[in-house]
Design a protein around this ligand. Sequence first.
Ligand code: HEM
Length: 434
Amino acid sequence: MLIRIVRNPLEALPKAVYDAPLTHTEFLGRQRFHVMDPALIQETLVGNADALEKGPELRRSLGPALGEGLLTANGAHWKWQRQSAAPIFRHDRLQTFLPAMLEAASETRDRWLQLPPGSEIDIGDEMMHTTFDIIVETMLSGHGNIDVARVARGITQYLEATGWLFAMSLLNLPEWMPYPRRRRTETSSRYLRGTIGGIAAARRSAGSQTGDLIDLLLQASDPETGRTMTDDEITDNLLTFITAGHETTALALAWSFDVLSRQPQPYTDRILAEIEAVTGGGPLEPAHIGALSYTRQVFQEVMRLYPPAPIIARVTTKPFTLAGRPVPVGSMVYVPIYAIHRHKMLWDRPEEFDPERFAPEPSKARHRYAYMPFGGGPRICIGSGFAMLEGVAILATLLRGVRLTSLAPQPPEPRMRLTLRPAKPLMMRVEPRG
Ligand code: HEM
């Protein structure tokens, strides 16, 4: 079981997660619940939100890099950080980020168009680069002097070690225990915190007022104590937003191009026809993105099959009951999004790609918690609106400019490293769309 957890936690899921509403097992003396039924998920994540915390495994795997930022914190410390960051994700503010999203997508397209036709690209790397540019531009008001490639590499190297950190935490092994590539992981974490911490400190002394995420965090004050954030806490959050805010969207996009390239041409043709109808043949403008409803359906369907955050994990701090079963304090509660999105009771032909599932009528008929790429309850993704705009803007810009073809004959195995990554790089051939 531990080997499976390190190799790919999706393989360690009980078999019943694809057809049962709830499973209850014991592992290393701890009660484990996997919740798949949408009504039970709602009861867990919303009804019993105050009985749940992010588990120690998450904090042990991510804590060294992300400290106690928004993703990893609990209780009151989580709440004031969430309230402090919220204004930047309001609907009107999100719209102002669209020019940066479209510009980064166009830069990627233009870079590809400079390559000799038929060149091979790693679409995963390319999307990381594009979404990284966007997150830094929108949240931090630009790159400053960050070494973008090195920061992105540091994040990838760090995430690669999380399987070990996760398993070691499950086994209660001491913090000093060695694990493969430990030194590289620690160097990455130190580099990331040093670089991003430098930005936070420089902005504090410059006293700038751009209204970006750094300013919001610098101005935030805890409603209970009145204190403000230290540079270390600001670093926790900037790194959290940079990591959570680019990696997930990049993966959803990379999977999208791979899935589309394996489908019959009419799927892509319909997206292209929608873009032409909405733009009238002119350039894609921010105002067009909301009207690209079929493109959005495709993006949603890809995130059903390949949810970038495939499992939500919690530990219980108060007892409650679920479907008549007692859930004692200290239980592990999992919401396996990947399995819910392929569950036999919730989806017709669950393994098949079909964007019609997200047309208005079928979407309305579906339980809110049968499809949850962004999670649910108070800890729902703060960046979901941002990610949807960004995903559609990038898909539309790139599909319109180039033709992408997957080189591997079979779709790659999805492997969980906190996020859902392809087991091998997704190599694609890129050609101008004539
Ligand atoms: C397709 C893209 C994305 C997916 C699939 C995704 C998914 C998720 C999920 C499932 C959670 C909840 C985790 C849990 O309950 O344990 C989450 C939380 C979070 N996400 Fe996203 N996310 C995406 C994009 C973004 C973006 C663009 C940002 C920031 C700009 C972001 C920032 C965060 C943060 C800060 C949290 C923690 C929120 C909290 O605990 O209050 N995410 N995300």
